[in-house]
Design a protein around this ligand. Structure first.
Ligand SMILES: CCCCC/C=C\C/C=C\C/C=C\C/C=C\CCCC(=O)SCCNC(=O)CCNC(=O)[C@H](O)C(C)(C)COP(=O)(O)OP(=O)(O)OC[C@H]1O[C@@H](n2cnc3c(N)ncnc32)[C@H](O)[C@@H]1OP(=O)(O)O
Length: 216
């Protein structure tokens, strides 16, 4: 870790909360500025290229120096999770969270949440197909979204199972759909599907639990 990374991350306390997930998750379109989406895309491209690159020794030396300099610059602008653009920029794919497979929500209604999702080169599992873990990540996030829509509250995943029905391709717009199948008290049973055109790639069966006040 660099010296900049060792510094304590600045926290901002103007938003009192109950100690757990914040009751009012920020929704923003301006944090990080108008070019934050382009920045995120460059980070994704970096990971795509790194996944497939086979640099020679000279290039590795050069890249390490460039990346060190870049990381020092980035570490200087770190902030706590509640105030960072990543995860709160609802105008960007996956709310600007570059750790998620990028998806764009196309429908939010009583039938749940539908999004167009594209796995990238860096989501490679093998033989040009998406890694199963990344498929589960996509279901977890879109499932959590569907749970939030159904109960208008924050929940956490208690379990999530995925049935992998056929290969999930990379660099192909896919349709992901998650919906609340039933709600029993704090328990929100979520189902989901992932399609490549008419072909079913995977299905989700999950339980999300509505968090109590102050629960982490
Ligand atoms: C168009 C623009 C709209 C803009 C909207 C903008 C933003 C959208 C808003 C936000 C949403 C967006 C996306 C969502 C993002 C992310 C989602 C990802 C979520 C996660 O990635 S989160 C990480 C992984 N997750 C964990 O890290 C959990 C660890 N765990 C725990 O924190 C506890 O374990 C907990 C809390 C789960 C439960 O604990 P607890 O103490 O609160 O509740 P308790 O144990 O009493 O269970 C209550 C009842 O659930 C049953 N139950 C519990 N667990 C079960 C199991 N596994 N199987 C079967 N039944 C189970 C019990 O049997 C009981 O059932 P009964 O009531 O019938 O007795």
């Amino acid at each position: 870790m660099s010296e900049a990374n060792d510094r304590a991350v600045e926290t901002v306390d103007e938003d009192p909360h109950e100690g757990g997930f914040r009751a009012h998750a920020a929704i923003t379109t301006d944090r990080g500025g108008p070019r934050y989406g382009e920045f995120s895309e460059q980070v994704r491209l970096l990971m795509d290229n790194a996944r497939y690159a086979c640099p020679d020794d000279e290039l590795v030396d050069e890249l390490i120096e460039s990346l060190k300099a870049l990381n020092d610059r980035l570490a200087d602008s770190r902030i706590d999770e509640w105030h960072s653009p990543a995860g709160t920029r609802i105008d960007l794919p996956s709310r600007g969270n570059i750790t998620l497979p990028p998806y764009v929500v196309t429908e939010v209604n009583d039938n749940g949440v539908v999004a167009e999702l594209t796995f990238r080169d860096f989501h490679l599992g093998g033989n040009n197909a998406a890694h199963g873990g990344h498929v589960a990540v996509a279901f977890d996030d879109v499932g959590g979204f569907a749970s939030a829509v159904a109960i208008q509250h924050v929940s956490r995943t208690a379990y999530l199972t995925v049935q992998y029905r056929s290969i999930t391709p990379l660099n192909t717009p896919l349709r992901i759909h998650a919906w609340a199948d039933r709600i029993e008290g704090r328990k929100v049973f979520i189902k989901g599907t992932l399609y490549d055109g008419d072909r079913l790639c995977a299905e989700m069966d999950a339980l999300f639990i509505k968090l109590n006040p102050g629960q982490a």
